[in-house]
Design a protein. Structure first.
Length: 374
C-alpha cells in the first residue's frame, strides 16, 4: 500500500504567470499612468476656469455644461464601457473639479443612506460636503440662508405620485430649480444575521412597507410591521434590535453593518422617484431642457383651459400638470406645470408672458437640463 502523501501532487512553487498576461498588465499599467496624468491635467484646467468664474461672479455648478459633457460622451462611447459606469466615473471627476473651484455643501432630506442621500451622491459625487436635514422645509431654509450651496428634495414618485410638501414650499421660497435627477427605487430586506427565520419585526418608512406589502405578506406573515421616519432610520433600528429587519436601500446595509436577506422585494419593479436640485442659479439652455412654472387661475369656468391654451398654440409639449390647494381660499388651487424647452427659447418666453395676463398669479421656478429616466 502506497503512502497517501506520495499520491498527492503539490508543486513546490506556484505556476508561472502566462507571459501574455504579463504583457497585457504592463499595457494596463501604462494606460493607468496616462489616465492619472490626464485627470490631473483636467483638474488644473478646471482650477483656471474656477479663477475666471470667481472674478466674474459665476456659480461653480454649471448644470448645462455638465449635461452637454455627458451627452457628448454618451455619443462617443463605443463600449464595452457601460453607460451607467461612465456616468459614475465622470460624476466623481466633475465633483472633484467643483471642489477645487470652491468647496461645496449640499443639503438633503436625511439621515444618511436615505434614497434622497443616494440620489444626491449620484448627482453631485462623493467630493462635496453633505448636510442631512430632518425635513424638506429645513433643506429649503438651509439653502435660502446660504449655509448650503444647493439642496436636493424629492418631488414625485412613479407609484405614490407628487410629494406635496415640496410643491407647497415653492410658493414660499425664491429658490430656483437648477437640475433634476431620477433614481430607481429598489428595496432590500436587511438584518444583522442575514437569516429570515428569526425575524419577528420589520422596520421601514410607511411608503416602503406599502410598496413591499405582497412580499412581506408571503414570506413574513407573522412579523410586526413598524413604521419609521425613513428607511435609513429603519436600518439603524434593525442594527440595534435582535430579531429585527429593515426594508431599505442596499447602500444602508454597508453603512449600518447589516446583511442582505432578500433583494428587490418591491411589488412593482418600475418604481422611480424624481428629485430636484434647488439653489440660486440661473441655468443656461442646452437644447434639451425643461421649464417649471406655478400659477393660480381665476375661479371661473374654463379658466385653466384659457391659461394652458397658449402652450398648445405655441406647440409646446407639457410633460406635467399638478394641482394643490392654495390654503388661502377654499376651492382655490395652485397649478404646477412642466413644459419642454428653456425660458431663453423664444416660444417658451413669449408663452409665459402671455400666460401671465391670464393668471391671478404666475411664478417661474426655473429652466434646467432635462434628465433621462433610466
Amino acid at each position: 500500500m502506497k503512502n497517501s502523501r506520495e499520491t498527492k501532487s503539490t508543486p513546490d512553487k506556484a505556476d508561472p504567470v502566462d507571459p501574455r498576461i504579463l504583457e497585457k498588465r504592463k499595457a494596463i499599467d501604462a494606460i493607468d499612468d496616462q489616465l492619472l496624468t490626464l485627470i490631473n491635467e483636467r483638474l488644473m484646467l478646471v482650477m483656471d476656469v474656477g479663477k475666471i468664474k470667481a472674478r466674474r461672479g459665476r456659480q461653480v455648478l454649471d448644470s448645462a455644461r455638465e449635461s452637454e459633457i455627458f451627452g457628448r460622451l454618451f455619443k462617443q462611447n463605443q463600449g464595452p464601457l457601460d453607460e451607467k459606469v461612465l456616468t459614475h466615473l465622470f460624476t466623481q471627476i466633475m465633483a472633484a473639479s467643483r471642489q477645487l473651484q470652491r468647496p461645496q455643501r449640499v443639503s438633503y432630506l436625511g439621515p444618511e443612506a436615505t434614497f434622497t442621500h443616494i440620489a444626491a451622491i449620484s448627482h453631485f459625487g462623493l467630493s462635496v460636503e453633505y448636510a442631512p436635514q430632518p425635513s424638506i422645509r429645513d433643506v429649503f431654509r438651509d439653502v435660502e440662508k446660504g449655509a448650503s450651496h444647493y439642496g436636493l428634495v424629492p418631488v414625485e414618485n412613479s407609484i405614490e405620485g407628487a410629494v406635496n410638501h415640496t410643491l407647497d414650499l415653492f410658493f414660499e421660497s425664491e429658490l430656483k430649480i437648477c437640475a433634476e435627477r431620477y433614481l430607481h427605487i429598489s428595496h432590500d430586506l436587511l438584518s444583522r444575521s442575514g437569516g429570515i427565520r428569526d425575524i419577528h419585526t420589520v422596520y421601514s418608512h410607511p411608503q416602503a412597507l406599502a410598496q413591499c406589502r405582497i412580499w412581506l405578506r408571503q414570506y413574513l406573515p407573522e412579523a410586526a410591521l413598524v413604521e419609521c421616519n425613513s428607511t435609513a432610520q429603519a436600518a439603524r433600528m434593525a442594527a440595534e434590535t435582535e430579531g429585527a429587519a429593515a426594508v431599505a436601500a442596499r447602500e444602508a446595509a454597508q453603512m449600518y453593518h447589516l446583511e442582505v436577506i432578500a433583494s428587490r422585494i418591491e411589488d412593482v419593479a418600475r418604481n422611480t422617484t424624481r428629485f430636484l436640485v434647488i439653489g440660486q442659479d440661473e441655468v443656461r439652455a442646452t437644447g434639451r431642457d425643461k421649464t417649471s412654472l406655478m400659477f393660480v387661475t381665476s375661479h371661473v369656468p374654463g379658466a385653466l383651459y384659457k391659461v394652458l391654451k397658449p402652450m398648445s398654440d405655441a406647440g409646446l409639449n407639457m410633460v406635467k400638470l399638478e394641482s394643490r390647494p392654495t390654503r388661502h381660499q377654499n376651492w382655490s388651487y395652485f397649478f404646477f406645470v412642466d413644459v419642454e424647452g428653456h425660458i431663453e427659447d423664444r416660444a417658451v418666453r413669449e408663452t409665459v408672458e402671455e400666460m401671465k395676463h391670464l393668471c391671478l398669479y404666475l411664478k417661474y421656478l426655473g429652466s434646467y437640463p432635462r434628465a433621462e429616466e433610466k
